[in-house]
Each structure stands twice: as structure tokens, then as C-alpha cells.
Design a protein around this ligand. Sequence first.
Ligand SMILES: Nc1ncnc2c1ncn2[C@@H]1O[C@H](COP(=O)(O)OP(=O)(O)O)[C@@H](O)[C@H]1O
Ligand SMILES: [Mg+2]
Length: 316
Amino acid sequence: MSIIDLDSDTDPYASAPRDPARYDKLAKLGRAEKKLLLDELCIVDPVAWAKARAGFDLDPWQKAFLRAKGNTAVVAGRRVGKTAVVALRAAHHIAVAAELGVPDRTALVIAPSLRQATETTRAARAALAKALPDVEFASDNKLQIELPWGARLIALPGEASTSRGFTASMAIAEESQSLEHADEIFATIAPTLATTGGPLIVVGTPMDYQDVLYPIFEGEAVHDPSWSRFRIPTRWCPRVPRSFLEEQRRLLGEMIYAREFEAQWSAPTSGMFDRDLLTAALLPNDFTFAAPSPAPARVHPTSQGLGAAIAAAVIS
Ligand SMILES: Nc1ncnc2c1ncn2[C@@H]1O[C@H](COP(=O)(O)OP(=O)(O)O)[C@@H](O)[C@H]1O
Ligand SMILES: [Mg+2]
């Protein structure tokens, strides 16, 4: 499923219809049956796993993203929870590898710098530590998480040479708008996924028309059915106060605001902005909002398919 409705004021993934009849049936299950069902569900459904094992209440679009199949592209505003959700996707991928009979899964996370890539592995490690309390993690290695069955999550800096030679079952490119020589990097990643058929997941904010995400959302690959697409403005994020966004709009001006927070490409040429100047003007990655945001009224958990319905019924 791919909903791209930028005009919606709040996350349109939240309004997927929900069938109460499903819940009625599940409510009749006994305790042991519920547990068995949940155990199985957590293996196949990253959303159930994130909620039941890692204790994560996901935003509606994040649930849809976690269930997306195949190559997936996310272009989103700042602070919507991209890193958190790709980390969960990778964490689930390696956590259930043994149960699925593919214990040696390898997920790669590539970001412009190694430091950025390790932000993702750090978030994944936190989820795994919670979900797998009996597993010992070597905490001295920020660059790699290896689970006892051999599944690994590896952080790599954005250089084509570093991703060569792996066999990967998932590859994630983070902050793709700032990857230099992105074409070369993607050309190197593709063969690492070739034998496993694993997904390539590309996540970024819009930068310019040279951006690898641009063709997928607005350029020549816009109709390519092999991509699942998510386009998420920051105003859909319940944790970011509207007042903050209004202030940013005034500060940055419409054009830069649209790009940083509305997931829209706005510059007609790549040379229009000085990247360094822009980056300096933007939020640091570890920025946190001072006041908790007033969350818009939402029904939780929302149904993004049967998995969420079962998870909700089984967990309660
Ligand atoms: N569903 C969620 N519930 C609560 N906190 C979340 C959720 N998703 C993300 N966050 C938190 O919001 C902050 C920004 O998320 P992050 O993934 O770093 O955003 P992005 O990568 O899009 O800039 C982080 O502190 C993250 O832990
Ligand atoms: Mg991020």
C-alpha cells in the first residue's frame, strides 16, 4: 500500500478502516492461544514485534512502512521518526532470522558518515536489547551488532568501496540526500542483495534534483512499480508541535520550509543553494523539542491490515 496525500492535515495512514468482527473473534481466544498466536505473529510482522517485544508505539505511517514489501523509498520531513523506524525494521529482520530458518541474515546501514550510520545501529541495539533480554550484546562495538545465531547489522560510511563484498539480505541508505556519489554506492549495493532478493530501503529528506530519491518520487522512475513509496511531511508527526513548525516556516521561508518539513523538492537546480550554508542553518540530528507536543486525537492502534488487529487483540 502506498498513500501519498500531502494535502491531508494529519497522517492519512491513521484512517485505514478497521473491521470490528475480526476483534470479536480474537477476543474469544484463551490465554495460551493468544500467546502462541502472538509468538508466531512477532516472527512475521515487524509491527507486532515492535509493539509486543520492543515496546514501541508506532505512528500509523511507520506501521505501514514496516509492512512494506520490496524496495522502499521514504522522503520525509525532519524528525518524523525515520531513523527510529528503519532501525526497528533492521532489528526485527535479524532478531527473527533463526526462527525463519535464515540465521545468517545480514542487514547493512549506509549513511553519509559512519557516525550517522551508527545512530541507526544504536537505535536498533536498544530495540534488540529489549526484545531479546537473554541475549548478550557486545556493547563495545558501535559498528556492528551480531546475534548468537550469526545474523548481523553492520553500519557503513557512504563510500562505494566499503559495501563491496557483502551478501546482504537488507540494505538501508539513511540520509540519502547527503550521500556523495550515490549512484556509485547504489551500484555497489545492488549486487550485495542480488542472491538474497532482499529489499533496498532508501530514506532521506529532499535535497535537490540530483537527489537519488527525486526520480522515484517525481522523475523518471515515478511509475516504477518495484518501489513502495512513503512521503511524510513533519506535520503528520504527533510529537512535533504545530507552533514549532509555524516558527520554522517564518524563519526558513516557504521554499526551504517546504523541503525540510513538507517533503517537497523546491529548488529548480542543484546549484541554487549552498549545501554547507543550508546544513548549518538546519536542525542538528540530536535536536529535541522542549515541550511535549499535543498529540492530535487518534485511535490506537490503527489497523494497517490483519496483523495490527491481531496484535491489538492478543496483546490486550
Ligand atoms: N513512534 C514513535 N514514538 C515515540 N517516539 C518516536 C517515535 N518515532 C520516533 N520517535 C522519536 O522521535 C525522535 C526523532 O526520531 P528520528 O527517528 O530520529 O527522526 P528522523 O530520523 O526522521 O529525523 C527520536 O527521539 C525518536 O526516538
Ligand atoms: Mg534520522
